[in-house]
Design a protein around this ligand. Structure first.
Ligand code: ATP
Ligand code: ZN
Length: 480
């Protein structure tokens, strides 16, 4: 069975072949941290979390990187309004991100690079582009010259000349950057410092990086010049991903990514759910009303490239679906001896794979899970009310193990306490202290990717770290 993916770059379905057999490098454009995450962000994070889990289920070793954009006008504005710093706002919402995603069962990435931790790489890349003639300084800023890159538009299918016609070929006079650009479609790689705003030293003077360049620098630093899969929401195809390609490929002369995959938007009344538009529901608000796994099911029930229209009815239907799965998942905990052998049904797994292998058709995979869950629910009722089942218990045990295994692939694990099995104590205090020690050392070595990863790893296990003055880190276990 071959995994087939729809590649935005080629606009068609292609068999998936990684650069190095058995290994997949994957980069996801993450959150601009100036507010709580909403259901749209949840969709992006859950979809790519499940793609990563599925690739691992197929036997690939996946290195998965997701960034935090922690330098941005929107973060600065919030900091100004709250009389605090950009770093403090970013830190607060990064923390909130980890809390929300842990609740949704999103596994932590292997590293979370941030713009503020990648400045050397960003400056090197801007310098390289300038040396190669793709970038020019202008009054403290540095711009990318899109017309120098002949492949510009290859991802989005937009042609500069059509764009130009759309913009009447005129320079917009209300854009203060416009007069600094040689061409209206050039974009900023580096922006000169404005007074009162955070800035960094550079060959072009004090300033800060533009948005697109950070991802090009992070991909290169974390995964190399060419990666297997670059993902993000479809709203990023143009200009963000188009610009990433222009920057990276002009610098290296190599393809940035072989497969470009994009998830559809969560919409509200036909419009993108968006922080900027204010039409959003935060993950926190949602989880006050709905089970996190119902939210996951809502997301996985739709083809990942299609839009989802947000509605309470949709979430209610997903909640009902989750209850059905839950009943199937509880069968083994209620009715099977704890030591029953973990054998799965290859034929059912094959059907699951056949569905999902076609461009991550998770809804098709879920249909197999529901079929098993409904049978187990029926047989559970038979056992409770008549003391016997229609089919033999050993066969049901195999189906149950299959359901548990495939649910895990989709991140739809049921907490053990919902299945009436002993509740696990979780990670030990000694292991937590050990990880805190490793994190302190990583921070000392300025390896922030590693220290963020350890924080996320602990968060996923319900442990919150509290950094105190003097380099002391305390911890709290959820529910204590
Ligand atoms: N409504 C949505 N549906 C699906 N994915 C989304 C949605 N909004 C943002 N994303 C995705 O979430 C990730 C992080 O987005 P980012 O923080 O840049 O949000 P944003 O688009 O700036 O926020 P907003 O538009 O809400 O102000 C990106 O991959 C983006 O494509
Ligand atoms: Zn990006």
């Amino acid at each position: 069975m071959t995994l087939i993916l729809y590649n935005t770059l080629s606009r068609r379905e292609e068999p998936f072949t990684p650069l190095i057999p058995g290994i997949v490098s994957m980069y996801c454009c993450g959150i601009t941290v100036y507010d709580y995450c909403h259901l749209g962000h949840a969709r992006t994070c859950v979809v790519w979390d499940v793609v990563r889990r599925y690739l691992e289920y197929l036997g690939y070793k996946v290195r998965y990187i997701q960034n935090f954009t922690d330098i941005d006008d929107k973060i600065l504005n919030r900091a100004k309004n709250e009389h605090t710093t950009m770093a403090a706002v970013a830190e607060r919402f990064i923390e909130a991100y980890f809390e929300d995603m842990a609740k949704l069962g999103v596994r932590p990435a292997d590293a979370y690079p941030r713009a503020t931790h990648t400045l050397d790489g960003i400056k090197r890349l801007v310098y390289e582009l300038e040396q190669k003639g793709y970038a020019y300084p202008s009054d403290g800023d540095v711009y990318y010259s899109v017309r120098r890159f002949s492949d510009y538009g290859k991802l989005s299918g937009r042609k500069l000349d059509d764009l130009q016609a759309g913009a009447s070929g005129r320079v917009e006079t209300d854009d203060p950057e416009a007069i600094k650009k040689q061409d209206p479609f050039d974009f900023a790689l580096w922006k000169g410092a404005k007074s009162g705003e955070p800035s960094w030293d550079s060959p072009w003077g004090q300033g800060r990086p533009g948005w697109h360049i950070e991802c090009s620098a992070m991909v290169k630093e974390q995964l190399g010049e060419t990666i297997d899969i670059h993902v993000g929401g479809s709203d990023l195809i143009f200009p963000h991903h188009e610009n990433e390609i222009a920057q990276s490929e002009a610098a290296t002369g190599k393809p940035l990514a072989h497969y470009w995959l994009h998830n559809g938007m969560v919409k509200v009344a036909g419009e993108k759910m968006s922080k900027s538009l204010g039409n959003f529901i935060t993950i926190r608000e949602l989880l006050a009303k709905y089970d996190p796994l119902a939210v996951r099911l809502l997301i996985l029930g739709a083809q990942y490239r299609k839009p989802i229209d947000f509605s309470d009815e949709g979430l209610q239907a997903a909640t009902n679906g989750w209850h059905t799965l839950q009943e199937g998942l509880s069968f083994g905990y209620k009715h099977l001896p704890p030591d029953n052998p973990a054998i799965t049904d290859q034929e059912l797994e094959n059907r699951f794979q056949e569905a999902v292998n076609h461009d991550f058709n998770f809804a098709g995979g879920l249909a197999v899970l529901f079929e098993i869950a409904k049978e187990l629910r029926k047989e559970g009722n038979n056992l409770t009310h008549a003391g016997k089942t229609d089919s033999n218990l050993a066969q049901l045990a195999v189906k149950w193990h299959t359901l548990v295994k495939l649910s895990r692939v989709l991140g739809l694990e049921m907490a053990a306490d919902q299945g009436e099995t002993p509740v696990s104590e979780g990670i030990s205090a000694a292991d937590i202290e050990n990880l805190i020690q490793q994190r302190t050392e990583a921070k000392k070595a300025k390896n922030y990717a590693e220290s963020d990863r350890i924080r996320a790893e602990l968060k996923a296990q319900g442990i919150t770290l509290i950094d105190q003055p003097g380099g002391v880190t305390k911890w709290l276990r959820e529910g204590d």
